[in-house]
Design a protein. Structure first.
Length: 60
């Protein structure tokens, strides 16, 4: 029974810390776009990168 005197206030403090972390992340825009990163993975980028193209011959 004496353990409850410690565990109940400790659990209330943990809940308030978790709520504070959630609302801080929400206010900073962490959860604004949840769909975009998942859709960007599925988009194909078939264009070759500029660095991979052979260099143009130089005239002397």
């Amino acid at each position: 029974m004496e353990a409850l005197y410690l565990l109940i206030p400790l659990s209330v403090v943990v809940v308030f810390i978790a709520l504070w972390v959630y609302f801080t992340a929400s206010d900073s825009g962490q959860f604004d776009d949840l769909v975009g990163p998942g859709l960007r993975v599925l988009q194909d980028d078939d264009t070759p990168p500029e660095a991979a193209s052979p260099p143009a011959p130089q005239r002397e």
